[in-house]
Ligand binder design. Sequence first.
Ligand SMILES: *Cc1c(COP(=O)(O)O)cnc(C)c1O
Length: 427
Amino acid sequence: MPKLNLSDLAILGGTPEFTKPLHVGAPNIGNKAAFLERVSDILDRRWLSNGGPFEKEFEKRVAEIAGTKHAIATCNGTLALEIAIRGLGLTGEVIVPAFTFVATAHALQWQEITPVFCDIDPVSCNIDPERIEAMITPKTTGIIGVHLWGRPCDTTKLAEIAQRRNLKLLYDASHAFGCTHLGQPIGSFGDAEVFSFHATKFLNTLEGGAVVTNNDELAAKLRLMKNFGFVQYDKVTHVGTNAKMNEVSAAMGITSLESMDEFIKTNYRNYKLYEHHLRGIAGVRIMSFDESERCNYQYVVLEIDDLTTWITRDQIFHALHAEGVLARRYFYPGCHRMEPYKSYFPHAGLLLPETERMSGLVLSLPTGTAVGPDEIERVCHLIRFMIQHAHELSDALSKLPSKQPERPAVPSVSVNVPSLPPMVPSR
Ligand SMILES: *Cc1c(COP(=O)(O)O)cnc(C)c1O
């Protein structure tokens, strides 16, 4: 039902646009029959984990796509980060962005390494190389860059700093599987890179992850670490954990890989549709990707500038949720505002102005193979309608006790408001 009046919005008592909610990160599922057949093989073989044939095959395919000598598959991306950090011998302090999923910081803190949060470049939204050196202390042993939303870090500058300051360089490439940078697959930058194959990621193994590297010694160490340090029956040479990928996950991974090109095609179509249907709304920008590179387009991210729209990202977020559009504020509020980091470094935000700003403006929209063109058009319609009625909507929402903005509100309509931003009528 098209919204005609403000009161048609679900947050103000109207009927929600979607009865079945739209999620960010609904899994991309490949050929179901092929997957089930593989599961049947697994059961017949009675080889469920511990270096099974599907795990081996999946690792081989991941290494090919990442352009690396080695891929070490793991049970999830967080454990992959943890063993990569440990395998690289990181200790003391490691410089990371705070504008990331909390696992990047937790993987350090879990082993009592202090994550030192560095601000982001406001254009790329990735760790800002210009700000890294000011954070280096005698305890610093490494840098972890995150290719946020699949957009690459400035790998050239980061490599230069790491080399000059004798630091290890690791990438959390959880979002960037299947992407390229400088014409080269993401996977081969730094000392190692880590992928996540969680259900919500571009390519999933139900739960899963991998470390990829060209370093033989590191790869051998990580293989031991992911299996308790066993080198052979009854012989352990290394402290280890259990980070193995099981065969069902590997089967899901192999099946997903067979549909990877279709996933990308659908994501790209969705991205272009969002771009088309949101065109011309002042104050709303869709994060762009370098189209000369290969990209997985798994994240459609808006930047909502409330100084132009006169309605905050959070107000749009709540209004969309009421309509059944479960948009996400990735990555609000930043790791530095989560525990335990918030208590350890209560003033970290002072050094992270761009992280603070961007985490208040971004909104990830539902995409992936579960979302169709008609749904995208309706989501965009809602956003356009909300922004066309920004003043009244913002005013009405600020009167709802449960929907108080979590950040300072934009000036209310009662103040002297300059002329409205130009609006392109919706069809
Ligand atoms: C998903 C994600 C992880 C964690 O991966 P899991 O497979 O869920 O453990 C780490 N870092 C980033 C940036 C992520 O998005």
